[in-house]
Write a new protein. Sequence first.
Length: 209
Amino acid sequence: MKNSRHTIEQSQRILSPLGRIDVRTQFGGYSLAVEQVVFAVVREDELYLRACEGLQCYVIDKQIPQLIIQKRGMPVALNYFKVTDEIWQDEEQLCSLSQSALEGARHARLSKQREQRLKDLPNLGLSLETQLRQVGISTVQSLRDAGAKSCWLRLKAVNKHLGINTLFALQGAISGYHQAALPEEIRQELQAWYLLALTQGALSDKPSG
């Protein structure tokens, strides 16, 4: 009926009131997210909304199919439900259901962040978590609020041997990437900032006069 590109473009158009919708590969298809909060998936040319309380009654009443993927040869049901032709034909309803899915995903993310430790983020193990705590970064939210560059500068102040890989690791942890998978434009911007930070640090270390 539709190909994935058309489904994504149609979703972005109809759901534009939710905000800018970013697309990434996920679950053998594509995830749709607003401000890094995933609320829907496009797989095999179909759109699926993330399960939430606001969607539950509709799913039960209409017997909406659930997203099934194959994992190690076994079918696995995910908490995403198909957008049927009936829903596609009612753009207002689709937008409303998607808004509920997004709000539910945001709430779940906030709950998870309250429980999540720094070491649970990509690239951050127990050692780096300990170092961050020593410079006043003790929660996932405080890491996000401070940003990778500020955190790196704090760490650098107590560890002069700190290198650019730690900066990549911090940015990846915040963005949800393994540091090797950071987008090239982000990597280049961080490299330029890193070189400038080193130069400024070297100048400030020189004795005056």
